[in-house]
Design a protein around this ligand. Structure first.
Ligand code: HPA
Length: 282
């Protein structure tokens, strides 16, 4: 992707969004598999399907509606991505992360990312929440990084550092919010795989060995573009299934299992996100 094309696409997408919903954004909130219902809490929402936005990809995954719901939530102007775009759907990473570019253009300062993930840490249980403290980007290490290509210098540097990709202050707000809501918030490292196939038991044992606590197929691409552009990032995984490290440990994982667990996760995730927004200075 040539830089001029990327800049034009991001500007045209943002212009379209602004024509439908002129107020600036404070926060981009990305909802993972089965968590879309959180958007119902937005007051006086403007809904924009991705299919109408120039250069946006369409979301093709059950459990992901594929639209922005924009409006006010607890004193912030929030754009909720009800459904995200994934690499495994065949979308190039510039397109997976275009919403983050648009968020920057709309003035957002923070990106709150949620996802569904498989639990690798043996102390995790289905429906736990995990604050992402760091990530391992196996997709990026294999050469698929959304920042590959000419650098967008006015967004950020050629070699952005990722020592503290996940914002310490936002993480603290999430800990406080979880405590207040009586929600157990585990913490750990999220490893990103490409999907769409789930991992083999040998791959899961490998992911445990390299230090991952949860595995999923999203999020880190958005984190990289957000951090490059100077946006602050919070990431929370909902643990929808527990990794079976040996083939005879139980039934194999499925997307239905992920969506089923998300129903239990959604109210807890909502409580934590609401607590974060309540504490976040506008
Ligand atoms: N693996 C990868 N991605 C996932 C999983 C999993 O077990 N569960 C939810 N997303």
């Amino acid at each position: 992707m040539a830089l001029t094309n990327l800049q034009t696409y991001a500007q045209e997408a943002a212009q379209f969004v602004r024509s439908r919903s002129p107020s600036g954004w404070d926060v981009l909130l990305v909802l993972g598999s089965g968590l879309g219902a959180l958007a119902e809490h937005i007051e006086s929402p403007t809904v924009i399907p991705y299919a109408e936005i120039p250069h946006f990809a369409r979301s093709t995954v059950p459990g992901h509606s594929g639209r922005f719901v924009i409006g006010s939530l607890l004193g912030h102007c929030v754009a909720v991505m009800q459904g995200r775009l994934h690499f495994y759907e065949g979308h190039p990473l510039w397109q997976v992360t275009l919403p983050v570019r648009v968020a920057r253009d709309m003035g957002a300062r923070c990106v709150l990312l949620t996802n569904a993930a498989g639990g690798l840490n043996p102390s995790f249980r289905v429906a736990d929440l995990m604050l992402i403290t760091d990530h391992i980007n196996l997709v990026g290490m294999a050469g698929h990084n959304p920042l590959v290509g000419p650098n967008w210098d006015s967004h950020g540097p050629r070699f952005p550092e990722m020592t503290r990709a996940y914002d310490a202050e936002l993480a603290d707000l999430a800990r406080q919010a979880a405590r207040e809501a009586g929600v157990v918030l585990r913490e750990g490292v999220y490893v990103c795989v490409a999907g769409p196939s789930f991992e083999t038991p040998a791959e899961l044992r490998f992911l445990r060995l390299i230090g991952a606590d949860a595995v999923g197929m999203s999020t880190v691409h958005e984190v990289l573009v957000a951090r490059h552009a100077g946006l602050r990032v919070l990431g929370i995984s909902g643990i929808t299934n527990i990794a079976r490290l040996h083939a005879d440990e139980g039934p194999p994982p499925s997307h239905e299992e992920v969506l089923e667990a998300s129903r239990e996760i959604a109210p807890r995730m909502l409580a934590v996100l609401q607590g974060v927004l309540r504490r976040l200075k506008p």
